[in-house]
Design a protein around this ligand. Structure first.
Ligand code: ZN
Length: 212
């Protein structure tokens, strides 16, 4: 699926073979995120046929709400180039960028964006909004969507299915624990009831004794 191609940027021309190669690298990075329990998204910034920055989604492990794969890769690339402008570079990312990341592409002057699967809830390039088409921006980003989209989507589906299974298991363990704790409580209360019975019996005996 070609989700959208806009006017080609000056220095960044599409190369289908290179697109597949770099998207496969982005998918490997996404897999690393999944292994760390992060939503699997990976990104690579490429300039002149060379990866200058890589990243995977890691907001939980970094305690950083902005640590999306694209932002991590852009920061690494800017450090590598020693320049906050990444003019002419291409950013590959396995999933359609969100509003924040699409905005960051404009700030970084990325020449071209290549993404994999569309993001139905937060995708801000073609799906829920078109941040890169904002006429107020004085920078255009050439965009190609749908590269290895099936692979990216499968990675996400596997991740969320495993997470749901984990949550269901945790819930089951929790209710089993609760059931055990309830059983324990009633077992603990039994001797108390017996004790209370013993006190009542003693009082009765006492009463009997007083009466006699
Ligand atoms: Zn993002």
């Amino acid at each position: 699926m070609q989700a959208g191609t806009k006017a080609a940027a000056r220095d960044a021309q599409p190369e289908p073979d290179a697109d597949l190669r770099w998207m496969r690298r982005a998918l490997e990075l996404a897999q690393t995120a999944a292994e760390l329990g992060e939503v699997p998204v990976g990104a690579v910034v490429v300039l002149d046929g060379r990866a200058i920055g890589e990243g995977f989604n890691r907001p939980i492990s970094n305690r950083d709400p902005t640590a999306h794969a694209e932002i991590v890769a852009l920061r690494a690339a800017a450090l590598a180039l020693d320049n906050y402008r990444l003019t002419g570079a291409t950013l590959y990312v396995t999933v359609e960028p969100c509003t924040m990341c699409a905005g960051a592409l404009v700030h970084a002057r990325i020449g071209r964006l290549v993404f994999g699967a569309p993001e139905p809830r937060a995708g801000a390039v073609v799906t829920t909004s078109q941040v890169l088409d904002n006429p107020g921006h004085n920078h255009r980003v050439d965009t190609t969507g749908g590269v290895l989209a099936a692979e990216s989507g499968a990675l996400l589906r596997t991740f969320f299915a495993a997470r749901r299974a984990d949550q269901a298991r945790a819930l089951k363990v929790k209710s089993a624990d609760q059931a055990r704790s309830l059983e324990k409580k009633s077992a603990d209360q039994a001797p108390l009831a017996e004790q209370r019975g013993a006190v009542e019996a003693r009082d009765t005996n006492l009463g009997e004794a007083t009466e006699s």
